[in-house]
Write a protein that binds this ligand. Sequence first.
Ligand code: PGA
Length: 248
Amino acid sequence: MKIIEAKDYQDMSQSAARFIIEQVNRLSAPVLGLATGGTPLGTYQVLREDHARNKTTYKHVYTVNLDEYVGVSPDHENSYTFYMKKQLFDHIDIPLSHTHLPNGMACDQDAECSRYEALIERLGGIDLQVLGLGLNGHIGFNEPGTPFSSKTHTVELTQSTKEANARYFDSYDAVPSQAITMGISTIMKSKQILLLVSGEKKAGILAKLLTEEPNEDTPASVLKTHQDVVIIADSDALSIVKERGMAF
Ligand code: PGA
């Protein structure tokens, strides 16, 4: 794993956006795996600004998102579909037909999970997967204990994840209890992975993932077994790693 230290959130966002733009410009039909949450907001802002200023085109780009809440309609403001449109898709020239998220409203969730897994394969796999890091070490919504062999599946969200996401809802009880997420093996098949980590509250889990052997209680630790992972972390997120004098 390659670790790049960013000065702060803004610097992390700029570096991440540069990284993504490079792939978008280099590949003829890039498949980007995208993440939601607080961490990539700044990255999407830089991508929007870059598109407006430099006319970077996304007409040839395909996207697959990591996850979507179960039971939240795509046009509801708390859905990840809504988030992606608002933060990115509505501001760049990507055809909406090229953008994909799991359908959280599917009647048959197992069939939807199989469809999503097959879709990613049909697109030729993910060239670059962007990930945030959950406070409990989750990637996508793969909570601690998820088998490394998992494919796209429905998950019960843990209390820690629901608490972390309650800030986007009226109350903790309004946070959906389930989501459909790419599995860990789905994520690991990506050719390249970009993990973004920002803020002091992520310092503990980042240090844990860097020190532990890969284990299913810390889902992100699986990334140590991938051959092309780049972590862009700001100095607050790296504070414990640096305090312990760990080399990176
Ligand atoms: P955050 O979430 O970006 O909102 O901190 C990260 C995650 O839960 O994967």
